[in-house]
Each structure stands twice: as structure tokens, then as C-alpha cells.
Design a protein around this ligand. Structure first.
Ligand SMILES: [Fe+2]
Length: 479
């Protein structure tokens, strides 16, 4: 999703989480048990999840075979703990074959949300090299792999992944995001022209990426592109396709009732076998933003929260927001810190400065350590003999790219309102606040509110929606 209001208008249905929120469609468990009531969500917190509590019991009849890993899986390891997993989302790779760097392409990127799209393939290669250097057990790209679901972008990405797997020996797993399938916005850019490009169907998506998860999945959901992945004898990933793409794709997320049934089977079986499960998807489980209140979450998220709670799962990982953050669900107001409440870790767009990914270290006792890291593209470039100065100084280049894109968008508005000097200060403040929001390194709201730029917004544009967005982002900082 977009994070710049001017180019990707946020749909704000309510001023804050919980307020005016429509209950999700009623989904019930197989036993006819209604889902638990709406949970109150709590504050951000430490980036460490608690231990999952596992129960033992009989495996549901007929489901054991579904969880069996394919025989040629390489998941069995001599030293299976701790597991090191790299999660990255929202790469939005656009194949070079779909543009010529011309006017239409440049205009598209100038109206975008600050992703360094011309270098997305290099960012990915640097990420994969970094994951190999970390000796990661798996790299999980959890959605929005492509710019807008272009068939050629998917093929280009799969080729990079294939090369990295063979050269670096990496295990790479993928999931679709809301941009990746049946996307009518798939386009090519040539000179000043733009035109429709071929997107992919769900079947084509699975075929393109069959060697990156689907072929060796422990179990495949029949009604979505969700699957289980066995990491070792006692740990599995539940990789959830949270997207809506029939007949065409939509921004917001959902999990279908049939997929919930599959999830129940898998989680019951995992409990019976003493296997820890970590779920991940593209859309958010918790209401992560005051600014984007509906198009980021799984519509039936309360059902998912309830189900994960039934199995005491400690953590869910998502993307989509293009902002890095962690948040914990509170099941009741004022609940004690040591009470159960699932954590959510949201990975920002890896194609947006500072190119963040999530490194998760998973211990045998269920402890999970999370750290958001910046992909060191410059180090990768130097190591590979790249000569492009932008790559060799990529952090500065990508941050400057971000600020320029956002500031130029804001300036179109502020220049019409105030003298140039003020307009630039307002644009700088807006970009600064948004950058730190997306990077997961929020500025102190009190300092922002005392800044010259913020005061100019309040003074010259108190009724402007951008001023309102600015305030909502600041509130999101501590949300
Ligand atoms: Fe995205």
C-alpha cells in the first residue's frame, strides 16, 4: 500500500483503531463455537516474544499425511537450533524489460511513495547475500514481490532467486501480496507512453514460484496460496495467503473460511506433535495505524487473533504497511505484561530507504529475538565490483531519493499556499516525519511539534488534510 497521501489516498474510515470499526463477518469454528469477542489492542513494546505453550493430544484423523514434508526436503538439519530467518516484504520489483527509463517511468516513480525502484533488483541481491552471510535457515519474501503483478517482473524475480539459491545455497520461500496477482495496474512504460502489461493468475504465480515453497510444502491449502513449511522437526512456518484477487486484486486482506479450517487442522496437528508454529502473511493482523484503518488488515482478523490465541502463538509477521514496527495485542484493557497477547512484527518495504528487513532468531525453548536491519547495498556493490556511484553510496542515495520524491510531492501543494522558503520547510518536515515513520525510527513527537516546519503547517494550513495526516502520523508514532 502507499504511504503518501497525495499519491495513494488513504481511506480513513475511522480516526483510531477500534472507533467505529465494523465487526468482522461471523466466522465460527468447526465445533460451531463462536469466535471470541473483539480484543482491545495495546501498546508497542519490546521486540521479543514469549514462549509458546504447547499442549499435546490426539492428531485429528486424516490430517497427519498433510503435514508430512516432501521426501526431498532439506529441512532436516544436523544442528536445528537456533533458527535464523530473514523476512522481507514489499520489494515491488519492476522488470527492466517493462520500461526504458523514460518520461512515463520517471513520472510514475515521482508520484510513488519513495521506493528506489530503479535499484530493486540490486537491493534484493544484496539482501540475499546478507542472508547467506548470516547463515540464515530461510529467507521469506512475504508479499508484494512485484511492482504491480507484472508477469515479466515475476519471471525476472524468480530468475534472481534461482541464481541466489544455486550460488549461495539459500532456502527462499515466497508469498503473494496484494499487488502480485490479477492486477489490472500491471503496466509498461516506454518514452512518454504507458500501457497495460500482462499480470499473472494464481495458477501462474504458483507455477513461477513452485521451487520457492510450493513444491516442497508440508501442506498446501486447497483454496488459497497458503502453505506450511517445516523448518526442523519441532518448528514450522504457516505462510498465509491473505490476499483477495478474484476476479481482480484488492488492497485489503482476507482469510477465507476454508483456509481457516485448514489452519485449524494444521495447528491442532502441530500441537499434537509438539511443533512450534510461526505464522506470517502480507496483511496486518493488528490495527497498526491510525492513518490506514481498514485497507491494511485482514478483514476477519479477530478470527485469526482468536485462533492464534487458542494455540498461544507468540508472533505473527506481516508487511504491506511499508513501515517497520512491532505491536502486541492486548486481550483486555490493563492486562498484565506477562499475560498472553500475540505480537505482530511488520516489515517495511525493503525497496525503500533504509531497505529494512527483519532478522528473527528462534530458540528451541520458543524464545524469539527480532531485529530490524538495514540491507547494506553499498557493501554488496563494493564486493561485487559495481562501479555505479549510487550503489557505492547507497544509503545516502536512497535516503536522498526518498526525501526528494516526498518533498516534491508536498511542494506542489505548499508552493501554492506560502512563499518558497516556507514551502520548502514544510515539505522537509513532512518528509522527515514520514521517513522516520516508515523506517521504524520515529522522531519524538514533541520535538516535531516544536519545529518550524510543523508550526508553518499549523499556521498556514490548519484545515489542510496534509496537516491532519501529519498529526495522525505523529500519533501513530506512539500508537
Ligand atoms: Fe507494498
Amino acid at each position: 500500500m502507499e504511504t503518501v497521501p497525495e499519491t495513494g489516498e488513504p481511506e480513513t474510515e475511522g480516526p483510531a483503531a477500534g472507533e467505529g470499526e465494523t465487526p468482522d463477518p461471523g466466522w465460527e469454528t468447526g465445533e460451531g463455537e463462536a469466535r471470541e469477542p473483539e480484543a482491545a489492542e495495546g501498546e508497542d513494546g519490546e521486540a521479543e516474544a514469549g514462549k509458546p505453550k504447547k499442549e499435546t493430544g490426539e492428531a485429528p484423523a486424516g490430517s497427519e499425511a498433510e503435514l508430512e514434508q516432501a521426501e526431498d526436503s532439506e529441512a532436516d538439519q544436523e544442528d536445528p537450533w537456533p533458527l535464523k530467518l530473514v523476512f522481507a516484504s514489499d520489494l515491488h520489483l519492476l522488470a527492466d524489460s517493462l520500461h526504458d527509463g523514460g518520461e512515463a517511468y520517471r513520472e510514475k516513480l515521482a508520484a510513488d511513495d519513495g521506493k528506489v525502484t530503479p535499484y530493486s533488483s540490486q537491493i534484493l541481491k544484496a539482501l540475499l547475500q546478507e542472508a547467506a552471510d548470516l547463515d540464515a535457515d530461510a529467507v521469506i519474501l512475504h508479499g508484494d514481490l512485484t511492482y504491480n503483478g507484472e508477469w515479466e517482473s515475476h519471471l525476472a524475480l524468480a530468475e534472481i532467486l534461482r541464481e541466489a539459491r544455486e550460488r549461495l545455497g539459500l532456502r527462499i520461500l515466497i508469498l503473494p501480496g496484494n499487488h502480485d496477482i490479477n492486477n489490472p495496474d500491471a503496466a509498461w512504460f516506454c518514452g512518454s507512453e504507458t500501457g497495460a502489461a500482462r499480470s499473472v493468475t494464481p495458477e501462474e504465480f504458483e507455477e513461477i514460484y513452485r521451487e520457492f515453497g510450493y513444491e516442497e510444502a508440508g501442506s498446501r491449502d486447497e483454496t488459497s496460496l497458503s502453505y506450511m513449511w517445516k523448518l526442523n522437526e519441532a518448528a514450522s512456518l504457516m505462510l498465509l495467503d491473505t490476499n483477495i484477487y478474484e476476479p481482480v486484486n484488492r488492497v485489503n486482506g482476507e482469510i477465507e473460511p476454508e483456509t481457516y479450517e485448514w489452519m485449524i487442522q494444521q495447528l491442532d496437528l502441530a500441537d499434537a506433535q509438539g511443533v512450534q508454529v510461526l505464522p506470517a502473511g502480507h496483511h496486518n493482523l493488528l490495527q497498526e495505524s491510525r492513518l490506514y484503518t481498514w485497507d491494511c488488515v485482514i478483514e476477519s482478523r479477530q478470527s485469526a487473533i482468536w485462533l492464534f490465541g487458542e494455540h498461544q502463538l507468540p508472533l505473527y509477521i506481516s508487511g504491506h504497511l511499508h513501515a517497520s514496527r512491532t505491536r502486541r495485542n492486548k486481550t483486555a484493557p490493563g492486562m498484565p505484561d506477562d499475560a498472553y497477547g500475540i505480537w505482530e512484527a511488520v516489515t517495511g518495504s525493503v525497496s525503500m530507504a533504509p531497505c529494512t528487513y527483519l532478522l528473527l532468531t528462534w530458540e528451541e525453548d520458543g524464545t524469539m529475538d527480532l531485529s530490524f536491519r538495514e540491507t547494506d547495498v553499498a557493501a554488496w556493490a563494493a564486493r561485487n565490483g559495481e562501479t555505479d556511484p549510487n550503489l557505492l553510496d547507497f544509503r545516502n542515495f536512497s535516503v536522498n531519493w526518498y526525501y526528494e520524491v516526498i518533498q516534491n510531492q508536498v511542494l506542489k501543494k505548499t508552493r501554492a499556499m506560502v512563499p518558497e522558503e516556507y514551502a520548502e520547510e514544510m515539505a522537509r518536515t513532512y518528509a522527515d516525519v514520514l521517513y522516520h515513520y516508515c523506517a521504524g525510527s520515529p522522531l519524538p513527537p514533541s520535538e516535531v511539534r516544536q519545529s518550524e516546519g510543523y508550526r508553518l503547517w499549523q499556521r498556514f494550513a490548519p484545515e489542510e488534510r496534509w496537516t491532519s495526516y501529519l498529526d495522525q502520523i505523529l500519533k501513530d508514532y506512539s500508537y
